[in-house]
Design a protein around this ligand. Structure first.
Ligand SMILES: [Zn+2]
Length: 410
């Protein structure tokens, strides 16, 4: 009896105080296959940045191979980001192919001992067993296909396994959250008939449908049309930071019901109400100024970053820093409303101007593991959030494509 009471008291104490040792953190961290679904270092590698060595230059990045190893990354979806500016003069396909090449040529082929190109869930696990980081391709911006299902199939053949239906720009077949309030943009009330065909062709091929960046109606249309689970590669919760890029609770629950997952974005502006308000205030003004100053010019990513920073200074836009605890709050919010099976990681490193304190770059993931353990998350939940959920979605998409192939062969 006495021992029972002592044990009960110890259990209560443990539940209240989840201090975990470094050894426990690393044990759980190493037991997970950490999959991140959005990294923009490709906008640097395409211009010659060497991902291999630790970047100590005066042009800092969030990502390099050394820090990916320190962070225990198991798989990375590198962003094949195609800026809206490439629509002018139909250069989107050209840019898409160059971005695909930088992943294949400047990352995978350059460091074959560290990276392995992966196109399936099984490939990701095989790379992990070999101690390599699986490298995957995700297109950001549906204008990349230049309204052609043929190009979509070409990109699939080159290894692309997700496509974000829009970036911040509405394209010819899908509305974006980035310009949905702009009267001068021609909108479609979600997806057009061709947009729905794009989703169905992605299902048939086995390419994941990514609804980050899209307008809310586009999300609902994609969810309805898709025969496979869909996902958000880098979005957070609107209930915690009210910006159009984040998802409402209703959207998160519906996505989860269909087997999908929301991969939490680390951008400060998407994490806290204060940073979100600053983000909303600056977004329209920034966009207008950047558009005015870049009209008729093609800027490198470096030049665009410098320009954006200068305009941000001139407009007096202040960045409000978020923290590791805010990231945990978003993960926990999704766990509360839709379960631990509905949340993952899509950090958006090297695509965001402000990172949370404590999660400053790709090397810092063990801090997140510690914070989740301290909050009482089980190792099993952490393994799901870090990669298990995404593997499930990928397998669901692969299975839907396979069953469609069987149907059409009959
Ligand atoms: Zn993005």
């Amino acid at each position: 009896m006495r021992i029972c009471m002592l044990l009960a008291a110890a259990a209560i104490a443990a539940a209240q105080n989840h201090t975990v040792t470094d050894a426990e953190v690393m044990k759980v961290h190493r037991s997970a296959l950490l999959i991140d679904t959005h990294n923009d270092i490709t906008s640097r590698t395409v211009e010659g940045f060497d991902i291999g060595p630790r970047n100590t230059s005066d042009k800092p990045t969030h990502t390099d191979l050394v820090r990916m190893r320190e962070g225990g990354l198991g798989a990375e979806f590198f962003a094949v980001y195609v800026a809206a500016g490439y629509v002018d003069g139909n250069h989107s396909a050209n840019r898409t192919l160059q971005m695909i090449d930088t992943v294949r040529h400047d990352i995978v082929s350059k460091y074959p001992k560290d990276f392995m190109l992966a196109t399936t869930a099984a490939d990701i696990e095989a790379a992990h067993r070999q101690g390599k980081i699986a490298a995957l391709l995700g297109i950001e911006g549906g204008h990349a296909i230049e309204d052609s299902l043929r190009l979509l199939r070409d990109y699939y053949a080159l290894g692309v396994r997700y496509m974000t239906l829009t970036h911040s720009n509405t394209n010819n077949w899908a509305d974006s959250s980035g310009d949905i309030t702009r009267q001068e943009v021609q909108h479609h009330n979600g997806l057009t008939d061709f947009g729905k065909e794009v989703v169905r062709e992605m299902n048939r091929l086995g390419m994941m449908v990514d609804i980050s960046h899209v307008a809310d109606k586009t999300f609902w249309d994609a969810l309805e049309v898709s025969r496979a689970p869909i996902f958000a590669s880098h979005s957070s919760c609107r209930a915690l930071a009210n910006v159009p890029r984040n998802m409402t609770d209703e959207m998160i629950v519906a996505l989860a019901k269909k087997g999908g997952v929301v991969q939490i974005n680390f951008s400060c502006g998407f994490l806290t109400p204060e940073a979100g308000a600053a983000e909303n205030a600056s977004f329209a003004a920034m966009r207008e100024r950047v558009a005015r100053e870049t009209e008729g010019k093609t800027l490198s990513a470096e030049e665009r970053r410098a320009l954006t920073a200068r305009i941000r200074d001139e407009l007096g836009v202040k960045q409000v820093r978020a923290t590791l605890a805010d990231v945990v709050a978003h993960i926990d919010h999704i766990k509360q409303i839709a379960g631990a099976g509905a949340v993952g990681i899509g950090n958006d490193f090297d695509g965001i101007g402000c990172t949370p304190e404590g999660l400053d770059n790709v090397s810092k993931f063990p801090n997140l593991t510690r914070a989740l353990l301290e909050k009482g998350y089980s190792a099993e939940d952490i393994r799901k959030i870090y990669g298990g959920n995404l593997l499930r979605v990928m397998r669901g998409v692969e299975a839907a494509a396979a069953s469609e192939a069987v149907r059409s062969a009959r």
